[in-house]
Design a protein around this ligand. Sequence first.
Ligand SMILES: [Fe+2]
Ligand SMILES: [Fe+2]
Length: 352
Amino acid sequence: MTIETGNEAGAAVGMPLVLPGPWTREARERAAAAETHQAFIRYFRKAMKVRNWTPWDDLPLGEMAALGDRLSADTVTIITAYLGVEDYVGDYVEDGLNLLHNRRERRNLQLAWGMEELKHAEAWELVLLHSGRLTAAELADYREAVLAHKWRMRDDHPGLDTPLGVACYAMVQERATYFNYDEMRKRIRAEYGLPERPTAEERRRGTQVGAAGAFKIVANDEIAHHGIFLELVRIHMKYTPHATLDTLLRVFNGFTMPALYLLPNASALAEAMQRTLLHTPLKQGRAVNNPILDALGFQNKRALERAVQESKKLPPGLGPEQVTFSRTGEFVLAVQPDPPAADPALELSADK
Ligand SMILES: [Fe+2]
Ligand SMILES: [Fe+2]
C-alpha cells in the first residue's frame, strides 16, 4: 500500500524545503495501520513457527514433582498470584476487542496474543499441581474465585482506554511481566540448589530444570509480547508523535500491574512481595522503564517529558520523514539530504 502525500515534484535540488503532504489525520492512521499489519504478520509467523508450545506436552512435569518440596511458601504464593493474573486473559482480550472493533490488524493481534496468554495460566496450574504444593481441588477453587470477578481496563487504568493506550500499556506490562518471571526463574533455581546460569546439561538438552524450565518458556513469550507492542508504539510515534508520547508518559506515571487487587490471595501476595522484594518500584525503573525509554530513543524520563512538550509545537503538516528527535527529547526537523555525488571511479570500474 502506498500513501498519497502529493507535492513530490517540489523536492528539486537547491529549492527551499517543500513539505510533502497533506499528512492528514486519515493519512497518518492509514500509514500506521499498514505498518501495524506488516508487524503483525512478522509476529504471528514467528509465534506459530518458532515459539509454539503447549503446557501439557512441553513442560518438565516429572522434575517439578521431584523438586517441588524445595519451593518456599512465598514462591508458591507468588506463582498462585501469577496464575490468577493470567486467568483474566479472557477479560483482557474482550476489553481489547471491544476497543479495537474497527481495526482488523489490532484485533487479530489481540486474538493471537490471547491464544498465547491462555497457556500461561495453564502452565502455572501445572507447576503448582505437579510440585505437589496445591491440590487439584484447591486450584479449582482458586480459579473459580478469580473468575467470580470481571476485570476492566478502564477501572484499573483510567484514561488509557484507547487503542493507543492499550498498546503503550501492554508494552510496559509485558516487559514488567517478563522481568517478574525471569526473577522468579532465578529464585526457583536458587531454591532447587541450582546455579543461576543453566548447567552444561540443561544447555545440552535446551531446557531448564522443572519449574525454572516453565518460567523460561513463559518468559520467552512475554518478551516477544513486549517486542510487538514496542514495535506498535514506535510506528505510532512516527505518525502521531504528540498523541503517542503523551499517552506513553501517562502510562509510565501511573503504571501498575493489572488485576492484582482482584486476586483471592491479594494480601498474602502483597506480604510475599514485601518479603522477597521480587518486584519493587526501583526495579521497575531500572529493569523495565529505562530499557523501554532507551529502546524508544530517549536518554531518560526527563527526555520523554521534554519530547511531550516539544511535540505539541510541531507544525501540523509535517510528515514522519521530516521529524526526528534527539535522545534528550528535542525535535529536529530533518532536511532531505542531497543524494550522494556519483563517484566517477566507481562508475568506471562498474563498466568493466
Ligand atoms: Fe502471560
Ligand atoms: Fe504476555
